[in-house]
Design a binder for this molecule. Structure first.
Ligand code: UTP
Length: 224
């Protein structure tokens, strides 16, 4: 099966968590040895946002701020890739085409961001669509998609299953409330809906959730 795993910077990089990165490296090698092909997209987390803040203070443009955040995400991708494949895996692909080629060659590719003005969710949706992945698992810092932001509302409820159309309605409602954390970038959601790629949002602090999601277990929030 072709799988895309999107690992939130909030999970492995805020603060950087070598113990967890090691577990992800083991998980990805394990998936590969079971015959799966895996594209991994990692975000830059807190450090990326710090760079954005520093760049902003320096008067750099949004495009420049994004480039710095992308570099940070690539640094985490490089670290994870080297842990799995050694020095030979130090090169992180910088385009979707390059990533697809690497996936075809070695069955695993680890990447960060690709261009300003998007998020790593969209990168994950683009690579999934390019390589015709069966599933995207988004490893995040929450147990799934909630009715409201669970960090602000204690009565927020986790949703077990959602259609892409329902997700779209939720994102449209949230768009009008500034500052609400989007569990999935709306641009990514649009691509996934169009291509009907099953998406599972799980708690990434337990990497075994990725395996459960791939095996079709009821974990996190399943969107299809
Ligand atoms: P994300 O918000 O996608 O990464 O990218 P994250 O750290 O994994 O976030 P969580 O854990 O889901 O919360 C961080 C920033 O990097 C820039 C954008 O500014 C984005 O907000 N970025 C990332 C790009 O400009 N282009 C990319 O392709 C990827």
């Amino acid at each position: 099966m072709r799988i895309v795993v999107r690992i939130g910077g909030s999970v492995i990089a805020s603060p950087p968590n070598p113990g967890l990165i090691r577990k992800y490296a083991e998980l990805i090698s394990d998936l590969r040895s079971r015959g799966h092909e895996v594209a991994v997209v990692v975000g830059g987390g807190r450090l990326a946002r710090e760079f954005i803040g520093w760049a902003h203070e320096l008067g750099l443009s949004e495009q420049e701020q994004d480039e710095l955040a992308i570099s940070v995400s690539r640094l985490f991708a490089q670290m994870l890739a080297m842990r799995i494949g050694g020095y030979g895996w130090r090169t992180v692909p910088v385009t979707i085409e390059e990533a697809a080629r690497m996936l075809n060659e070695r069955g695993v590719v680890i990447m960060g961001g690709i261009k300003p003005g998007m998020t790593t969710d969209t990168v994950a949706a683009l690579i999934a669509s390019e390589v015709k992945a069966e599933i995207i698992v988004k490893a995040t810092d929450q147990d799934g998609v909630y009715t409201k932001d669970p960090r602000k509302y204690p009565d927020a409820k986790k949703i077990d299953e959602l259609s892409f159309e329902e997700l779209d309605e939720m994102l449209a409602e949230n768009r009008h409330r500034a500052g609400i954390h989007q569990i999935i970038d709306p641009e990514a959601a649009r691509i996934l809906r169009e291509k009907r790629i099953k998406t599972v949002v799980v708690n990434g602090f337990k990497p075994e959730n990725i395996l459960l999601a791939i095996n079709g277990a009821a974990v996190g929030t399943i969107i299809r």
